[in-house]
Design a protein around this ligand. Structure first.
Ligand SMILES: [Zn+2]
Length: 238
């Protein structure tokens, strides 16, 4: 039962067209899938996710919350040591449209002082146009093709499994969460999903994308003010 339309699980085309430069799906043709994990690292869940990935010999991508990396640097190090890639998911998991662009960019900069990455995923998948333009100059904005909805506690692991298996396709970027909220679903669904898709002939890889200009290297009218704010924030953070 693939390719049913379910906008909660697979994003609608009109939405992907609003942000054409963002990455929603990786190049197709190699039967490769890309597992991504948002909102960690946290000690209750991330090590278990890493253990599962290690046991299946799979590399994945972790969109980390800067404040969690600050609190649990050894977990962040383990993600990197085990060969996974990482992306910036803001410092405090901010929903873009609720914040002024400058404040939002400052929060990304703060996260960037803990997470060294050229990839960014907006929390809740939302950004204003101004935020999108500013961020995409420096980051590859990585969205997703299929979401497990593992964070929804009203769902069972089986429903999360179906959310992925019903919609996944060649090149899909699949979103899970290494968060406390998601743990009851992700830790059960993940191994089953991996085994099923491997049996179907898919392989898995981490996301790696070309470098962009450094985040503090943007030059326009507002940049000096922004950079000063960022430097002040970074000083406070160190
Ligand atoms: Zn998130």
């Amino acid at each position: 039962m693939r390719n049913r339309i379910n906008y909660k699980v697979r994003l609608p085309k009109w939405l992907t067209r609003l942000f054409p430069e963002a990455i929603w799906r990786m190049p197709q043709g190699e039967n490769t899938l890309y597992l991504t994990f948002d909102d960690g690292p946290v000690p209750e869940v991330t090590p278990k996710v890493l253990d599962i990935l290690k046991s299946k010999n799979i590399k994945a991508t972790f969109f980390c919350v800067g404040d969690n990396v600050k609190k649990y640097p050894q977990l962040y190090k383990r993600i990197l040591d085990e060969g996974h890639s990482v992306g910036n998911h803001t410092h405090n998991h901010l929903q873009g449209p609720k914040y002024k662009t400058q404040n939002y960019l400052n929060n990304i900069s703060l996260a960037q002082s803990y997470i060294n990455s050229n990839m960014f995923r907006p929390p809740h998948g939302v950004l204003t146009r101004a935020q999108y333009n500013a961020i995409s100059a420096s980051f590859n904005i990585v969205m997703w093709d299929v979401i497990s909805c593992d964070y929804d506690k009203s769902l069972t692991p089986q429903q999360c499994i179906n959310n992925v298996l019903d919609f996944v396709r060649d090149g899909s970027i699949i979103t899970f969460h290494d968060s406390i909220k998601a743990q009851k679903n992700v830790l059960v669904a993940l191994p089953y999903i991996i085994d099923t898709l491997m049996d179907e002939g898919f392989s898995f890889d981490k996301i790696e994308l070309p470098k962009k200009i450094p985040f503090d290297g943007i030059n326009d009218d507002k940049t000096d003010k922004l950079r000063n704010n960022i430097n002040r924030l970074l000083k406070g953070a160190s």
